[in-house]
Ligand binder design. Structure first.
Ligand code: CTP
Length: 411
């Protein structure tokens, strides 16, 4: 993941138990390409060692408001101004309250107060504390201010032994949220429906026909569209992936018929349909009610199949199609661009993204991908091999001007 490449992040750590996760978070932020500086509150320094943070960030750690700046610059104003993003993780009830009420009584609160840098707040605390009406009020006040973005805490087993909301989200989620804050909202107001992952067509209660799609590329695109401000409905086949940060809604489906139903229901409120799903083209004509036994099949070695509906072809024939943009994907193992061009024409698409799933080091699963974006006008734009996250960001950036212009025209 290189979602934070060339960004400077000021990580503010306040004194909750989740502060012990800060060194790992610094590492992961740096792996994502960020230059990370750290400021601790006095309470945080009781949970995590400033020395550890200094070693992993490779920068001096700020903790004391009264320590003279090394080069006599006014440290507390510069640290925030120099950053692209201030990340408060964990943000305790105390820190949130102090910021909301304009109290600048330590280096971290002063740093936040003394600049206009966007702030991503990751509240993490005991469940009861999180439910406290004054804490809720402070959180609501921060999220009403466009400078502050809140990342909802996760639900899990907390240090106090209670199972509930209050957990600091894991680094990948924090990184996605940070990247979203740093992304221009070029697609604000654009409604994207995006399908991802495989479908499964049941043979009997324990067996199915499916394919090797993991949904990774589709989920990365859903994240990238949401980061650019689009309202994303993610229609997900059976995959083991967390919903990306910023995705407005997720509809889980299993079969090609479920997927078509979900897309049909979303159609009216969709400006852009992106079909990354690897939809089954065939399903068994009948689904056995009980597990099939070898003996049930007798001498039969083949299974009768029937075609599933082609989702894209169905939707391109629907009323309202001309007000929408349709983007297909073509995962091929040979003559990649040729097949993709034929599918673009046959399915009546605006764009198709072709990728070679047989090439070395790219294709299914986590890791890298490479693609060619082909438009209706026949122009091909190659996207060289990159992580799926980076490729998704680039594809969305390339599509954004047309998508935004189209939705403005129709809106
Ligand atoms: N697709 C669809 N409905 C289907 C099958 C595919 O909407 N029943 C969509 C995919 O989501 C993708 C595009 O069509 O965006 C191309 O899918 P692909 O599986 O590559 O092509 P097929 O149409 O299935 O053609 P073929 O099997 O000949 O490769």
């Amino acid at each position: 993941m290189d979602l934070l490449r060339d960004n400077r992040i000021l990580l503010g750590v306040s004194g909750g138990i989740a502060a012990y996760k800060a060194p790992e978070l610094v590492r992961r932020l740096r792996d994502a390409g960020a230059d990370v500086h750290v400021v601790l509150t006095a309470a945080a320094a009781r949970f995590v060692s400033p020395l550890s943070l200094e070693v992993v960030s490779e920068h001096p750690v700020g903790a004391d408001l009264w320590a003279p700046g090394r080069d006599s610059r006014i440290v507390h104003t510069d640290a925030g101004k120099d950053a692209d993003l201030i990340l408060l993780a964990p943000a305790t009830a105390d820190l949130i309250g102090r910021i909301r009420h304009g109290l600048a009584d330590d280096l971290l609160a002063t740093t936040v107060m003394a600049c206009h840098t966007p702030v991503l707040v990751c509240p993490s605390m005991n469940t009861e504390m999180l439910a406290n009406p004054f804490v809720r009020e402070n959180l609501a006040a921060l999220s009403a201010d466009p400078r502050y973005t809140l990342l909802e805490p996760g639900v899990g087993l907390l240090a106090c032994g209670v199972h509930g909301p209050g957990r600091l989200p894991d680094p990948p989620e924090i990184i996605e949220a940070a990247a979203a804050v740093l992304t221009a909202k070029d697609l604000a107001g654009v409604r994207v429906t995006l399908s991802a992952g495989p479908t499964r067509e049941a043979i009997d209660p324990v067996r199915f026909l499916s394919n090797r799609s993991t949904g990774t590329m589709g989920f990365a695109l859903a994240r990238a569209f949401a980061a650019a401000g689009a309202e994303v409905t993610l229609v997900a086949g059976p995959v083991a992936l967390r919903t990306p940060v910023g995705v407005a809604r997720r509809v889980d489906v299993v079969t090609a018929a479920d997927l078509l139903g979900a897309v049909e229901r979303a159609w009216e409120g969709t400006d852009v349909l992106v079909m990354t799903a690897a939809v089954a083209d065939f399903r068994p004509t009948t689904v056995a009610a009980d597990k099939l036994k070898k003996g049930d099949l007798g001498a039969a070695t083949s299974m009768p199949l029937e075609r599933t509906a082609d989702v894209l072809a169905t939707m391109t024939a629907r009323p309202g199609r001309d007000q929408k943009l349709l983007i297909g994907f073509a995962a091929e193992t040979r003559d990649v661009e040729g097949y993709a061009r034929r599918k673009l024409a046959a399915k009546g698409l605006d764009w198709i993204v072709a990728n070679d799933v047989a090439a070395e080091g790219v294709g299914f699963g986590p890791g890298d991908n490479a693609a060619v974006l082909i438009g209706r006008d026949g122009a091909a734009h190659p996207f060289p091999r990159a992580s799926k996250e980076a490729l998704a960001t680039r594809l969305v950036a390339a599509l954004a001007p047309t998508l935004a212009a189209r939705s403005r025209r129709d809106g």
